[in-house]
Design a protein around this ligand. Structure first.
Ligand SMILES: N[C@H](CCC[C@H](N)C(=O)O)C(=O)O
Length: 292
């Protein structure tokens, strides 16, 4: 099978976007066998990506599309902030829609994406989930801070869900934060039954932070949209941040705003940033051997 794809990125968090509207892809489950998806995600043996995004036709009223997200380790996940922006740009570039406001169904629920004339995209990431079981996270009770023991050390973290789980640590300076060591340690911490994205946040002021993220299923990325929202939410909960925050990531800057309330009383986290297209490609995928 020849698979057409588009390489995109949101501040260097990079994606292979596959069009499941005009290509025959499975409606559920991975678009490819997991080992093939991991091979394509490999930056030496494949195309290389942090996540694969699968764009699919809407399957219910009130939404324009559905899209699904696969980490480079093959795991399917429910949320990707940078991916949502690239999805919105993709469907407009491909003339699959001419809307500026796009409703999309994801495994985390429905989201509204707004594409503005300056090429930026604002994503309503939905309301934060603080209850441990909704993150999911194992804890006796919901709290502003949790103390995790990992290896021979203890770590104070905040935890929040945005359709995907996040924990956030405060650091003095992201430049020397222990992302490579503490990131993987906490990513697979037993109190996060579905693993977790780990954010290292340096507070510059009440409207500005620096952030690095060790992503679940992908390792450290140059940017993490849901991670940026999670860090702002945790910083607000700790009384350190105001409603609108500029988030400086390795790959660039996002604007995060919370709370806002739409006409129907919905209150979600708004994230605004760019979405970049790099190139279009096609690759031959071995057909799974037919069962004899
Ligand atoms: N690694 C994440 C998915 C991608 C999120 C990130 N790329 C973003 O922009 O939000 C997870 O396993 O939940």
């Amino acid at each position: 099978m020849r698979l057409k794809f588009t390489k995109m990125h949101g501040l260097g968090n990079d994606f292979v976007v596959v069009d499941g509207v005009r290509q025959p892809l499975p409606e559920n489950g991975p678009p490819l066998p997991a080992e093939e998806l991991r091979r394509l995600g490999d930056r030496h043996f494949g195309i290389g990506f942090d996540q694969m995004l699968v764009v699919q036709p809407a399957r219910k009223e009130g939404v324009d599309f559905r899209y699904r997200i696969f980490n480079s380790d093959g795991s399917e996940v429910n949320q990707c902030g940078n991916g949502a922006r690239c999805f919105a740009r993709f469907v407009r570039d491909e003339e699959l829609t001419d809307k500026h406001e796009i409703r999309v169904e994801t495994a985390a629920g429905e989201m509204t994406l707004r594409v503005t004339d300056d090429g930026l995209v604002t994503v309503d990431m939905g309301a934060p989930r603080w209850a441990p079981e909704a993150i999911p996270f194992t804890a006796k009770a919901e709290a502003d801070r949790y103390f995790l023991v990992a290896g021979n050390n203890g770590y104070e973290v905040s935890a929040v869900g945005l359709g995907n789980p996040h924990c956030v640590l405060l650091v003095e300076n992201v430049d020397n934060a222990p992302v490579d060591t503490v990131g993987p340690l906490l990513e697979s911490h037993e109190q996060f039954p579905e693993r977790v994205n780990v954010g290292f946040m340096q507070v510059i002021g009440r409207n500005e932070i620096r952030l690095r993220v060790y992503e679940r299923g992908a390792g450290e990325t140059l940017a993490c949209g849901s991670g940026a929202c999670a860090a702002v939410l945790c910083g607000q909960r700790l009384g350190l941040l105001d409603d609108t925050v500029t988030v400086h990531l390795l790959g660039g800057t996002l604007q995060v705003h919370y709370p806002y309330s739409s006409q129907d009383g919905h209150s979600g986290v708004l994230m605004t940033g760019p979405a970049s297209r790099v190139y279009d490609g096609a690759i031959d995928i071995p057909q799974p051997s037919k069962a004899r």
